[in-house]
Design a protein around this ligand. Structure first.
Ligand SMILES: Cc1cc2nc3c(=O)[nH]c(=O)nc-3n(C[C@H](O)[C@H](O)[C@H](O)COP(=O)(O)OP(=O)(O)OC[C@H]3O[C@@H](n4cnc5c(N)ncnc54)[C@H](O)[C@@H]3O)c2cc1C
Length: 322
């Protein structure tokens, strides 16, 4: 019984998280002693054989305009259909916004056990046991499932990616999509910014200490030099200083970047809930007692308006000379 992995794409291009999903699936398949099979949905510009670099030897490419806009019911039906055709009992999904919307629908459709928020590849395959994050990243628990079919949705950026040389064999597939709730996209509001927050490896985030929306230019410059996405605390997006798509935390996006730079953010528990899994946290705050310092790997006690431009300048010089 093979391991199937959903290779997400958007407008014909693979999402970065999909490469990690492929690697997660390849490692899981190797532990089980079976093969990993990728599934792409919709018309692609990218070459699906590149998925082989991440350890998946076979990709089923299902074309069709019905996948042009994301519809979790259609995606779940398509994955179920391919899983039946390929005899797959384990499905791997990256826990992106879309992945989180697909996983539970697919679990119901396949009558499968679902483990979400996984942070590692399975530690055991009999029964399938996976470490997952719980209570807004405050704890880690090992979950097992003994259901014949099982789905793992892992937190993006949990295992990282490394590239090999192989190419995957690509086969065209077709699926049957049964009766699903009808969904119509009436308007698309695009997220602006060069790097999408959920996929970012580095994030520069601002809080109320930035004083107003006009001061974000300096955070954007810092983000630019770090190749980072920008984010913000909840009050900042509530006040309309920044778009809601940048709000991180318990009620916003939960992110897991390699670097999180928090500027003028106090570090309230609801904010930390969405960012504390970041691999390295840097806090810049003028109050040495700010709670965020307790969660920081590196802290600068100082005025953001002095520290941030100097940091940007130093990083720019470093990049130019290295
Ligand atoms: C149910 C619920 C859910 C919530 N969900 C979220 C969530 O998802 N995300 C979230 O962020 N919040 C959330 N909150 C709000 C949260 O409790 C905090 O109120 C919020 O995170 C505070 O935002 P802040 O740190 O930007 O502002 P503040 O708490 O006002 O902190 C501003 C910080 O900036 C510092 N500062 C001021 N001037 C400067 C300067 N010149 N240089 C450097 N530092 C400076 C200050 O010392 C202070 O630490 C939630 C609250 C509730 C009740």
């Amino acid at each position: 019984m093979s391991v199937l992995v959903y290779i997400e794409s958007w407008e014909g291009k693979f999402k970065k998280n999909s490469f990690e999903a492929a690697q997660y699936a390849a490692k899981t398949a190797a532990a089980i002693g079976t093969e990993a099979i990728g599934v792409t949905l919709g018309d692609l510009q990218d070459d699906a054989s590149v998925i082989g670099k991440y350890g998946v030897k076979k990709v089923i490419s299902v074309k069709g305009s019905e996948f042009k806009s994301f519809d979790n019911y259609k995606v779940a039906e398509a994955l179920k259909s391919v899983a039946e055709q390929q005899g797959s009992d384990t499905i791997i999904i990256s826990g992106t916004w879309n992945g989180k919307a697909v996983a539970p629908v697919l679990a119901v459709a396949m009558d499968a056990g679902l483990i979400t928020n996984a942070v590692e590849v399975p530690s055991s395959t009999s029964p399938l046991t996976v470490k997952r994050s719980v209570f807004s990243s405050k704890g880690l628990v090992e979950y097992s499932t003994e259901t014949p079919k099982r789905i793992i949705a892992f937190i993006p950026n949990s295992i990282g990616v490394s590239e090999g040389e192989s190419q995957a064999e690509v086969a065209e597939g077709s699926v049957s999509i049964g009766d699903v709730p009808a969904m119509e996209v009436t308007e698309t509001d695009r997220v602006k910014g060069k790097i999408l927050l959920p996929e970012a490896e580095r994030v520069v985030s601002g809080g109320r200490g930035m004083k107003g929306p006009d001061n974000w230019g300096m955070l954007e410059e810092l983000a630019d030099v770090l190749d980072a996405a920008t984010a913000c605390s909840k009050p900042v997006s509530d006040m309309g200083w920044r778009p809601h798509t940048e709000h991180v935390g318990q009620t916003g996006i939960a992110i897991n970047p390699n670097l999180y730079v928090a500027v003028g953010i106090s570090g309230a528990i609801q904010h930390l809930a969405g960012v504390s899994s970041s691999k390295t946290i840097v806090v810049i705050n003028n109050d040495a007692e700010a709670p965020f310092f307790k969660a920081a790997d590196y802290g600068v006690v100082g005025d953001a308006f002095e520290v941030v431009p100097k940091l940007t300048e130093a990083l720019r010089n470093f990049k130019e000379n290295n």
